[in-house]
Design a binder for this molecule. Sequence first.
Ligand SMILES: Nc1ncnc2c1ncn2[C@@H]1O[C@H](COP(=O)(O)OP(=O)(O)OP(=O)(O)O)[C@@H](O)[C@H]1O
Length: 622
Amino acid sequence: MADAHTSKDNSTLFTSLGRLAPQLKPIIWPLIWGLLSALAASVVALVVPQVYRVLVNTALQPGNGTKGLWTGAAVVLGLGILEAGLIALRRQFVIVPATTVETRMRTSFYRHLQSLAVEFHDRWGSGQLLSRAMSDLNFMRRWMAFGAIMLVVTTLTVVIGVSLMFSMSWQLGLIFLAAAVPIAIFGFRFRLSYGRVSRKSQDQAGDLATAVEESVHGIRVLKAFGRGPEALDSFAGQAQELQATEIHKAKSLAVFSLVVTLLPELALGSGLVDGILLVSAGKLDVGALVAFFATAAVVAGPVESMGPLMAMTLTAKTAIDRHFEVMDAVNTVTDPASPVALDSARGELEFRGVHFRYPDTPAATRDVLDGINLTLRAGETMALVGVTGCGKSTLLSLVPRLFDVTAGTLMLDGVDVRQLTLSALRTHVAVAFEDTTLFSNSVRDNVLLGAAEQPGLSPEDVLEQALEVAQASFAYTLPQGVDTLIGEEGLSLSGGQRQRIALARAIAARPAVLVLDDPLSALDVNTEERVTERLRSVLESTTTLIVAHRPSTVSLADRVALLQDGRITAVGTHSELLAANSHYRYVLASLTEEPRDLDSHLETGLGEELAEELGAGKEAGA
Ligand SMILES: Nc1ncnc2c1ncn2[C@@H]1O[C@H](COP(=O)(O)OP(=O)(O)OP(=O)(O)O)[C@@H](O)[C@H]1O
């Protein structure tokens, strides 16, 4: 995971910036108008010294009265107002288009993340994706709206300003230019080192975001195991690394700024001495000398800001590279070029010579699934049993194509699942995992997330039925009933309650194939039994493949498949396997029957004794 984003940075500045071109195309005119406004503002600023020149050489000469002086002052004031107006205009032109591009890019980033296969998400830390979706895009927008325009305007201002200075006095111009050459060389070297350090800091910030996200998610585990201080130490270490990088970044920027400030000042100092000598020798008029220094003052600002703007451009390059690293990631699980239509599925599922290995599995290791041959008849419930880590979840994840088989074929009603569109396949197949994810939404929205329309049933009926089958009717007794907000930002539910809501979600989808990856693990045996029985009667025509960790679930299945060393080594009814297969007996003996979901006991009244016992225990302990 940690290595996914540390790819080699081979792109040049211009190839990276060039990748923004298609995004900028629709807003190119507002950007050009913004650029022209900023440029006009700079030109106006450069005209002011020329007014000074005229003023000094004419209006300020003895005996010329005050009229010229007032006119000159009015012109300078007018130019100042015009410059301010043009700067405001630049902002007006670019703000809306740039934020529109940012929003559009963020939306397509999110869409791309949604489409990428699970294999991609396994490799990438969530913080990395979060920082790319938020801060990198925000930075790109600021660079488009300000940095890029100002870099062009600043460069042009320096070029025009220096040319004007040369036209006034080539000797003084040369002195000023003598300072600009080292700045250019230094700027180039700075550009290389700053790019590297800025990339490092953005990656470190992403890793830090991942650390925060993981500890917030795992706060219960950290607290329960008293690992808070260790997590804090590790976080503080990472934060200090980022701080060191940021300090390094700021220091190199400070050195650059110092050089670009100091050199022009030195040039101006020696230019002043030289200028006075030129005036006293009659080779330069006083007006030109004043105008030269006024122009130098205008140009000094852009020269100083070239460092930060260059740095901003390099950071923008890094942000663009980071953005496109994700956008360039190829989706490995895609729709076929000419999909087979399968409007309604019977639900026959066949694994034929299926092999699977994870992309990062070492070459010497055998495939997790090493030639699976298994057929589920339409409508049957099959339990998948095997020792822990033997590949049960992996096998299940192939059915909705969370991963694709690496060899062999997986067929639904005789059609290779890769021949179906993903949306069609996922309409026919619904999944519930042990590790449930509920969204920050109402119970109703969570359950009806992928609900299919059912003839004669309103969404309310579908919801009620799904909750009833999943033994999750407790939802009606929540503070706002099924409209109660649950999930990360809502009401906290117990593990068993969460699992039952997630199961109701899979049931409401009314799939042809239901894939259940130990989704009842947090339920007590009695609730689990009731759920399984209701599932069997309500979803009579649904093919169900269920990873079972308890003999009670296994015994309710029509048939059981035994997964061993990457293969299905036995298929039969529970009693057949129990009688004939010693590995099956071994696996079953290791499964647990202990009730885990106390609250479902309490909800149904079955756990009163247990509750009393616990209450008594509490009192005794108090
Ligand atoms: N995303 C992944 N990337 C690489 N290897 C993985 C990944 N997920 C699982 N594995 C490996 O594949 C093997 C099978 O894992 P799987 O989760 O399918 O087992 P399981 O039978 O469901 O286990 P359990 O009963 O404990 O849930 C394990 O060795 C596991 O380490």
